[in-house]
Write a protein that binds this ligand. Structure first.
Ligand code: NAD
Length: 255
């Protein structure tokens, strides 16, 4: 994790859902020795996930309910994390939702909801957490974008989702430039289709099979595939990488 023996905390948003990428990332980070803070809309599931990690890996872990679109809610959660866990050295902004609504059927409310959770949530959480990182002169921030930002949808999410995930790429690059001199790195991850429950209620086995068939590696990604990349970018070893976008899509989008 770091060159020193000091244990650091990784904050992972959107890490409560059982089959989700955030949960897998929190698990991977705990297994790498991080103290882990899980921040999710579902506070009960976040607390249960944290208890599970503490039990399995013997690391400090805290699971808190918070809405990443609400500044006061984020502030309250991060204040507790800073008070109760080791210094925060990593932030994985993973909370997000998708939206398969065609453009002319989108409402302003839908646009705002998708932008708020994906883009504004990343902004609010980063702003609150990065202040401590800058003060300590060390930090790793990794933001969840999507191949939809690069391809213009074409997987599942449509215009608001692609726009929100593209906003995260610009956010990442500009913040990397600004925070570089402070010892804090900022990177983005752009997964292709991953087998989670994010599309639940809006998909079917035929669509899922088609999504996998479009991938040169012949399968959807797993949450563990993506968690491994987050773990690397959050690690001490990734210290010379900033402002980068990491594709992880089984070859479905090759630049
Ligand atoms: P998921 O639905 O399993 O997990 C999303 C998590 O975010 C849930 O635990 C949910 O409670 C939490 N969340 C939602 N709104 C929140 C809010 N306002 N405040 C705090 N937490 C909130 O989905 P997933 O597939 O694991 O997706 C995780 C991230 O990965 C998302 O940002 C998604 O856009 C991105 N992503 C997913 C895929 C994919 O195919 N699954 C591909 C590319 C990118």
């Amino acid at each position: 994790m770091t060159e020193t023996t000091q244990q650091l905390t990784a904050v992972v948003t959107g890490a409560a859902s059982i089959r989700g990428i955030g949960r897998a990332t929190a698990r991977r980070l705990a297994s790498d020795g991080w103290a882990v803070a899980i921040v999710d809309l579902d506070g009960d599931a976040a607390a249960a996930a944290a208890a599970e990690l503490a039990e399995e890996f013997g690391v400090p872990a805290l699971g808190l309910g918070a809405d990443v679109t609400d500044e006061a809610s984020v502030d309250a959660a991060v204040s507790r994390i800073e008070a109760e866990l080791p210094p925060v050295g990593g932030l994985a902004n993973i909370a997000g939702i998708t939206s398969p609504v065609p453009f002319f059927e989108t409402t302003l409310a839908e646009w705002n909801r998708v932008m708020a959770i994906n883009a504004t949530g990343t902004y609010l959480t980063t702003k609150r957490v990065a202040a401590g990182m800058v003060a300590r002169g060390y930090g790793r921030i990794v933001n969840m974008s999507s191949v939809s930002a690069q391809r213009g949808g074409g997987v599942f999410g449509k215009v608001p989702y692609s726009a929100a995930k593209a906003a995260i790429l610009g956010f990442t690059r500009a913040l990397a430039r600004e925070l570089g001199p402070t010892g804090v790195t900022v990177n983005a991850v752009t997964p292709g289709v991953v087998d989670t429950d994010i599309r639940v209620g809006a998909t079917n086995p035929e669509l899922e099979a088609k999504l996998a068939a479009d991938v040169p590696l012949g399968r959807q990604g797993t949450p563990q595939d993506i968690a491994a990349l987050f773990a690397f970018l959050l690690s001490h070893d990734a210290g010379y990488i900033t402002g980068a976008t990491y594709d992880i899509n089984g070859g479905s989008h090759i630049n």
